[in-house]
Design a protein around this ligand. Sequence first.
Ligand SMILES: C[S@@+](CC[C@H](N)C(=O)[O-])C[C@H]1O[C@@H](n2cnc3c(N)ncnc32)[C@H](O)[C@@H]1O
Length: 307
Amino acid sequence: MSKKISPKDKNFLKPYQIDFGERGVYDTRNPLNDLTGKEWLFATKSVIPKSYPPDFSHELRRKHGGMKPPLLCKELIETFTKKGELVFDPLAGVGGTLIGATLAGRRAIGIEINKEWIQIYQQVCKENNLPQMPCYHGDCLQIMDTYVHDDSVDFILTDVPFWTMDKLEQTRGVIRYAGTSVKKPNPSSLKKFNALPPQSKDDWLHFIESLFKKLWNKLKYKRYMAVFIGNMYRTVTIQKNGKKRKISKYHLLSADIARIGEQQGFILKAERIWYDPSKALGCYGYPFSYVPSIVDQRILIFRKEQI
Ligand SMILES: C[S@@+](CC[C@H](N)C(=O)[O-])C[C@H]1O[C@@H](n2cnc3c(N)ncnc32)[C@H](O)[C@@H]1O
């Protein structure tokens, strides 16, 4: 009679393990990724305290103003997919996700509303001898159903456009960089890559809601969606006792996105913080008031756990 294997038995895991030497031990029951236990543990860190090199035709991609490092995207993709699986970015920009997927040996589909960014992505692929992933031009809400089948995507990695607040809500006119006494006009880098009309915060939230509703249908059951979002410090106009007043405040946009994701059925699994130590500090409020220098981006991790 064969002996029943108990989880308490020291050799219980042996039949499932492949030893990859330096990389660690891989568990063949792993349905999510190709990482060993050692690599998986590293990928659970809630803070990513890392600058990424200005690679993959960085100067060209920089025209965008809001692009993400392909190597960071590659690491995220390797955490949430296996080789050959499908990654989707409905807001592809100059292709941080698409290049990351190529580097990781995954397939990818992108959508981008601004043709110029798609052309830059294609140029970057040529310059770096990378195969091009399909990146379709148009409004993702309109064309997603044409190019992406329901329940076909293994991982969504996207980066929502910044909220381009309307004129009433814009601020920060002048800035002074830490260590200098020179005042310069706000470079307004956010405008560059949105190329969309300014919108109220409610309109922006409504767009995210419509987007998540569509993405829900595309993602396979039990798979993950990661969303980059930067929090903001901005001035808004409020009404009190019939009078308009301007106040400067911190906008916890990651909390807004988390709430919308959960309302659409996704389960929030983590908020990872990408802290870029090389980011310049801005001495915005000194010496009168406290204004944060935001040197991090949030990466919200959602999972589809029901059909
Ligand atoms: C934050 S950027 C993404 C940057 C990207 N992660 C990269 O590495 O280049 C968001 C992008 O979404 C695009 N976008 C905004 N609204 C869109 C829409 N409705 N459909 C498709 N793309 C849109 C913008 O043009 C912008 O390039």
